[in-house]
Structures are given as structure tokens and as C-alpha cells.
Design a protein around this ligand. Structure first.
Ligand SMILES: O=C(O)[C@H](O)[C@@H](O)[C@H](O)[C@H](O)COP(=O)(O)O
Length: 236
């Protein structure tokens, strides 16, 4: 695991964009799963506006780490956020965009999406292998849509599972731990002082880190990087 600390969120966006470009520049098709939430917004804007023209998006397939089970035009939708801040700004073919479509039947979509990954991605020990998985960190230690009150989803035998937000109850479709930990590269994007304590606990294995699903992210790859701004890294 590597920790890269950037002075500002803009510097983090630049560091991540350069990393992203280095991974997708190879001449092979790449499969990337993105998280939602707020942190990626400006980072995706930066990637699109500064490197969008330098990347051959015809070779990049975009998937989601998790998705709220809402209409794709709903402000809550991770697909909408990603389309608004990245996909609408780059020349990526529609067929390369693989939306999680959980708004009608989450359980059915979790099955469909898991089968899609088995079909589309190369496999490592029978598990679909992403080239890159981009994760966020909730201030309760969740990642993807695996929350502290449903840690068992991490160990699901399936590629995807159905989760529920602990307070709103909103249903989510999410990748599970075996897929996340099989990726060839994993990048956490974490900004803001409100994440500093939990970043320290997880990366230093201190305090209640074992209660946090994000502490279970441990892919067997040198390309496992925490991209932090100085605020999120304040306690390191
Ligand atoms: O659907 C989601 O919300 C995300 O996939 C989730 O895992 C997110 O990455 C964290 O909640 C951090 O969210 P922020 O970036 O908004 O803090």
C-alpha cells in the first residue's frame, strides 16, 4: 500500500489523473470501476478537462463500484454524477459504459451485473479482474456500499450484492470484497479533515479499524494507492 499526499484537492486531482492515464494508456482494453459520492466530482472534471484528449477512450470500459437504486437522472445517481463530470466530456463510446441499473429490481440487477463482469472481464482465480477500481471512504468507514452494519456483504460469494444505506434504507447495488481485492490497481480518493481520523486508523491499523469495511481493502498489488489531500492526511 502506498500513500500519496497532495497539498490541495486540485493537486490530488492532478496526481490521480496522471495515474489513471498511465494505467489506461496501454494498447489493451481496460476495465475500470468508479465510485460515486461527492469526492470524485472535481477530480473527474480535472481528468476530463486536462487529460480527456490524451486518452483513447475507445479502449476504456467504465463500470461502477456501487450505485444507488434510483433513476439514472436522479441527483443521487452515481451514474449521473460520473456522466456529468467525466463521461459527457470525453469521447467514450456508449457501449463502453456499463451502468448498474438497480432502480427497478436491485436483486435482479446484482445478479445481472455480476454475470456481466464474468463475461466482460478477464478472471483471476475465477473472479473478474478489473484493471483499476476507484474507491471512496465514508466517514463511518464504509467503502463501495458496504457499511459497518453489513460487513458480511464483503465476504459474499457473488460478484455483486444488494446493500441498504444504514440510515436512509436506500437500496444499493455494490461490488463485493473478492472483486475489489482482485483488481490489478486500487485507488482510494479521500479529501477533507472529516476523514483524517479514520484514514489514520485504517492505514495505521489503529483504534477501531477492524470495524471499518474499508480496512478490508487489501489487494495483492503494488498499485494500491491512497490519494489524500493534506486535510485528509492531517493525522498521519
Ligand atoms: O455511492 C457512494 O456514495 C459511494 O460509492 C461511496 O462509497 C462513497 O465513495 C463514500 O460514501 C464517500 O463519499 P464522499 O466522497 O461523498 O465522501
Amino acid at each position: 500500500m502506498e500513500i500519496r499526499i497532495s497539498k490541495t484537492k486540485e493537486d490530488l486531482a492532478s496526481a490521480f489523473s496522471i495515474f489513471f492515464k498511465s494505467l489506461v494508456q496501454s494498447d489493451k482494453v481496460t476495465h475500470v470501476a468508479l465510485s460515486g459520492g461527492n469526492s470524485p466530482r472535481k477530480i473527474f472534471d480535472h481528468l476530463a478537462e486536462n487529460y480527456g484528449e490524451e486518452i483513447d477512450w475507445t479502449k476504456v470500459n467504465i463500470y461502477w463500484v456501487d450505485e444507488r437504486c434510483v433513476h439514472p437522472l436522479n441527483e443521487e445517481s452515481n451514474f449521473k454524477m460520473t456522466r456529468d463530470h467525466l463521461l459527457s466530456k470525453v469521447k467514450i463510446p456508449e457501449e463502453n459504459i456499463h451502468r448498474m441499473r438497480g432502480e427497478d429490481n436491485p436483486e435482479k440487477e446484482a445478479k445481472r451485473y455480476g454475470e456481466l463482469l464474468d463475461k466482460q472481464l478477464p478472471a483471476e482465480n475465477g473472479v473478474p479482474e478489473f484493471d483499476l477500481i476507484v474507491l471512496g471512504l465514508g466517514d463511518d468507514g464504509h467503502t463501495a456500499s458496504i457499511f459497518p452494519d453489513s460487513m458480511e456483504l464483503w465476504d459474499s460469494e457473488e460478484n455483486c450484492a444488494v446493500a441498504a444505506h444504514p440510515t436512509s434504507g436506500q437500496k444499493r447495488v455494490t461490488l463485493t470484497g473478492k472483486v475489489i481485492n482482485t483488481a490489478q490497481a486500487v485507488a482510494f480518493l479521500v479529501t477533507g479533515e472529516n476523514k483524517a481520523k479514520i484514514v489514520r486508523e485504517i492505514t495505521r491499523h489503529q483504534g477501531d479499524y477492524k470495524k471499518y469495511p474499508a480496512s478490508l481493502v487489501n489487494p495483492d498489488t503494488p498499485d494500491f494507492i491512497w490519494f489524500l489531500d493534506e486535510e485528509a492526511a492531517k493525522e498521519l
